[in-house]
Design a protein around this ligand. Structure first.
Ligand SMILES: Nc1ncnc2c1ncn2[C@@H]1O[C@H](COP(=O)(O)OP(=O)(O)O)[C@@H](O)[C@H]1O
Ligand SMILES: [Mg+2]
Length: 280
């Protein structure tokens, strides 16, 4: 029987749903608990294909890479996971690929960040290159606020205090889009609706079904290609002037809220895709 690995560190609704869907698609899921195993480089009895579902950015990319050394196909691969874990690397790759993104600046000292903000124009958004769930994402309306944020950042442990990412603030219509791509398929999207400009569901954003129009579909495929990723959750803003702009991507996306809001079984798609890849 076809064995497909599911690497995880916390078994959430998503991982259980994927495992069940694998069984329905004729595969035997092999759950790989990353906090209860070790991977010797270049060796070991692993399934030929492993779905990466670790909630930890570093565990996800490092374990993917270690498994790849033993000849395993990991979905997503270690490189797209590494890239997507860093917002600056992601924005650079997308920018190079001609994907519309918010105007973004990389600076390496607080003073240069202040200069960059003048160039972009206030309000600006300051964010850590490696955050998630909306943590440490902040908006500065003027230089005084930005100075305070930068000051603060220097003393926050765990934040890379040498790399500063600032962006133009996009005036969104009270919502963002999260769109899913799985292989060549763009099965579903949600709006994250919120009274706050930070719309993460972890920060109180509500999920509502969104339509995937042709433009969004093509954009999602282009983003996945640029990132070299198989499966992505993509954050998209609706810029009143430019239309869709891509904010960031998540290479180990959560999707419970999307399944609830749209009725679309993302886990089923992921399982079908994995089985198809493994049988190739
Ligand atoms: N440049 C921006 N303009 C407007 N809203 C933004 C901008 N950057 C981030 N946001 C809001 O903040 C949220 C969190 O920022 P994001 O870059 O996605 O970091 P995280 O990895 O924490 O989700 C976004 O989903 C969006 O709602
Ligand atoms: Mg986000």
């Amino acid at each position: 029987m076809l064995r497909i690995g599911v690497a995880y560190d916390i078994l959430r609704w998503e991982e259980r749903a994927i495992a069940d869907a694998l069984r329905r698609n004729g595969a035997e899921p092999q759950l790989i608990h990353l906090r209860n195993t070790f991977i010797e480089l270049g060796r070991g009895e692993w399934p030929e294909l492993v779905l990466q579902r670790s909630i930890s950015h570093s565990v996800a990319s490092e374990s993917a890479s270690a498994l790849e050394s033993a000849g395993v196909t990991v979905v997503n691969g270690s490189l797209p996971i590494l890239l997507s874990n860093d917002k600056l690397l992601t924005a650079s790759i997308l920018s190079r690929a001609g994907v519309p993104t918010p105007r973004t600046v990389a600076a390496f000292t607080p003073e240069d960040t202040l200069k960059a903000a003048d160039t972009i124009g206030y309000p600006v958004v300051l964010k850590p290159v490696n955050g998630s769930w909306g943590r440490m994402v902040a908006k500065a309306r003027d230089e005084e606020e930005l100075r305070a944020l930068l000051d603060h950042r220097l003393y926050v442990p765990g934040i890379n205090s040498q790399v500063f990412l600032i962006q133009e603030y996009i005036e969104k219509p009270g919502r963002d889009i999260r769109v899913f791509v799985i292989g060549e398929d763009v099965p579903a999207a949600i709006y994250r609706v919120s009274d706050h400009w930070i719309t993460n569901t972890a920060r109180g954003g509500r999920a509502e079904a969104a339509e995937v129009d042709e433009e969004l579909r093509e954009l999602a495929i282009r983003v996945a290609e640029a990132m070299g990723a198989d499966i992505l959750g993509i954050d998209v803003f609706e810029d009143p002037r430019r239309g869709y702009v891509v904010n960031e991507v998540n290479a180990v996306p959560e999707f419970k809220n999307t399944v609830r809001a749209t009725g679309h079984p993302i886990h089923e798609r992921i399982a079908e895709y994995a089985v198809e890849l493994a049988r190739r």
